[in-house]
Design a protein around this ligand. Structure first.
Ligand SMILES: Cc1ncc(COP(=O)(O)OP(=O)(O)O)c(N)n1
Ligand SMILES: Cc1nc(C(=O)O)sc1CCOP(=O)(O)O
Ligand SMILES: [Mg+2]
Length: 205
């Protein structure tokens, strides 16, 4: 399986509607602190937009809702993984990406035979408090050597100027939140990300 090199992460279907039609091909819906009913609606809306724009939707955390809504890709962190029914995820044919931050987590992640591994935070992030110091690019290179052919996602503090570095150190895809959502012109920034990852995108064909 190949991932698009530009992995957008947003917290609402409004963001999906705003940015995916610009040419985004991989988007994660990462919603926190909303009711299950609201999240179901958000997943449903995002799924319809992504289907129309041929964009791969990945649902963060809410694996049960993702299955019920007919989604085909989820992302789970280590704590999410501990609570998840992997049998149900697999028998629903849902692909799985897993976060990692250290060697113990990588071992646990590889044990569930994920469809990709994410390593973060590569750089300091302002999105959420993290107990891990920035991993840095050499750590990303090391992860590349440990995950074999599995797609590797770099996340945390990425911006346009840092894209080339993560690809040069073994990432297949660069995940981003605030460089786009907090940008004064998110549409323009999204187009810049698409252009900056285009040479990697051509490699996918
Ligand atoms: C691509 C990607 N990588 C890492 C994460 C973080 O997942 P997790 O550790 O479960 O933390 P939350 O995002 O749920 O706060 C991610 N969402 N996506
Ligand atoms: C959601 C998330 N998970 C991370 C991890 O390391 O697992 S870093 C991160 C935040 C990414 O946001 P930004 O691009 O704004 O730094
Ligand atoms: Mg999570």
């Amino acid at each position: 399986m190949k991932l698009d090199p530009f992995y957008l992460i947003v917290d609402s279907s409004d963001w999906v509607a705003r940015l995916v039609p610009l040419g985004v091909k991989l988007v994660q819906l990462r919603i926190k602190d909303r009711s299950e009913t609201e999240i179901r609606t958000e997943i449903r809306n995002a799924k319809a937009i992504c289907a129309a724009d041929r964009c791969q939707l990945i649902v963060n955390d809410y694996w049960r809702l993702a299955i019920e809504e007919g989604c085909d890709f989820i992302h789970l962190g280590q704590e999410d993984l501990a609570d998840a029914d992997l049998g149900a995820i697999r028998s629903a044919g849902v692909k799985l990406g897993v976060s990692t931050h250290d060697a113990v987590e990588l071992t646990a992640a590889l044990a569930v035979e994920p469809d990709y591994i994410a390593l973060g935070p590569i750089y300091a992030t302002i999105l959420k408090q993290m107990k891990w110091a920035p991993q840095g690019l050499e750590r990303l290179r090391h992860w590349r050597s440990l995950v074999g052919d599995l797609p590797l996602v770099a996340i945390g503090g990425l911006n346009i100027d840092r894209i080339d570095g993560v690809f040069e150190h073994g990432a297949d895809s660069a995940a981003v939140v605030t460089d786009i959502t907090l940008n004064e012109n998110p549409e323009k920034r999204t187009r810049q990300w698409i252009a900056a990852t285009n040479s990697k995108r051509i490699d996918l064909r």
